[in-house]
Design a binder for this molecule. Structure first.
Ligand code: ASP
Length: 306
């Protein structure tokens, strides 16, 4: 039987109603009382790392999660993190980039409704993570609504629906049926030694293009080492912003272009607006999501690998 470290961090699934809205209140021990069948799947140790809304989860909190898993790696067959859904994609992406060559499962899950309330998705999502551990999966992934999504491809697309996440620009790693049957899709085995990649560079800004954006914004961005511009379609910069972009790049800021489209890739060779941006030194992010890009910049590992 697999031995699992269950790391509780808060989020809706651990919430109870307060005078000021939902607030995380349940411990890891409380959460597991809702899963009486768990002892037939795994043995579990619990770490109550923190109990916060994921809006408040910082890079330092995420680093704490990665360091805990790295420290306890030899002692467990897998790791489960219960987490708020709002920033789950950022935590999953950063853990994906920090925990390299991982041959054990690190599974994140959350829910749209607190555990124990009518029609909550929390029990299923939480139980499914244990099922996926028992199935022999390895890697960093989110398990939500029957989908297993690789950590660096996760995007939350709905803030109410019980099926809020999609795997963007990558196939699912597997699925879980309503009866709990896990289907894992073929995946390469790990080569290389497991290692913890530290966070190196936090000087990142994301700028969203909107029609009529004031070009003065570029003069404020040179304080950042990395600026990600979320543009339109296949990517490009409007002609009236080119001078600002040029100056920013000349001042030493790395500028990357991504797209507001949920899937498909940026291609700065397709249109003249893209070619001009590339000739000024802007770098295409291809099919990387923003969460994946931010995480890989933080770790200094941004490559074309998806
Ligand atoms: N605001 C909550 C959080 O991210 C939402 C959720 O968990 O679904 O912690």
């Amino acid at each position: 039987m697999k031995h699992v470290l269950f790391i509780a961090t808060g989020g809706t699934l651990a919430c109870r109603q307060s005078e000021n809205g939902l607030i995380p209140a349940l411990t890891g021990e409380d959460l597991l009382t809702f899963l009486p069948g768990i002892s037939t799947l795994c043995t579990v140790a619990i770490e109550n790392l923190f109990s916060i809304d994921s809006t408040d989860v910082t890079t330092a909190h995420r680093t704490q999660m990665a360091e805990l898993i790295f420290k306890e790696y030899a002692n467990y067959d897998g790791f489960i993190i219960s987490h708020g859904t709002d920033t789950l994609s950022h935590t999953a992406a950063l853990l994906y980039h920090m925990l390299r060559n991982i041959d054990k499962p690190v599974l994140l899950t959350g829910a749209q409704k607190p555990i124990g309330v009518p029609n909550s998705d929390a029990e299923r999502n939480l139980l499914d993570t244990f099922r996926v551990i028992a199935s022999g999966y390895h890697g960093v992934a989110a398990v939500v609504h029957g989908r297993i999504i690789r950590g660096n491809h996760l995007v939350k697309v709905d803030c109410e629906d019980m099926d809020p996440f999609r795997s963007i620009n990558a196939p699912l790693e597997g699925t879980i049926d309503l009866d709990g049957t896990v289907h894992l899709y073929p995946k390469a085995s790990v080569s290389g030694t497991f290692k913890l990649v530290p966070v190196k560079d936090t000087s990142i800004f994301v700028l969203k293009l909107i029609p009529g954006l004031n070009p003065d914004i570029f003069s404020m961005l040179s304080a950042y080492s990395h600026v990600i511009i979320e543009g339109y379609g296949s990517g490009g910069i409007p002609v009236y912003l080119e001078n600002g972009l040029k100056t920013l790049i000349e001042q030493g800021t790395q500028v990357y272009i991504t797209t507001e489209c949920l899937s498909g890739s940026v291609d700065l060779t397709k249109y003249a607006v893209g070619c001009r941006a590339a000739s000024l030194g802007a770098i295409s992010l291809g099919s990387h999501t923003i969460a994946d890009t931010v995480a890989s910049i933080l770790c200094g590992t941004l490559t074309d690998e998806t």
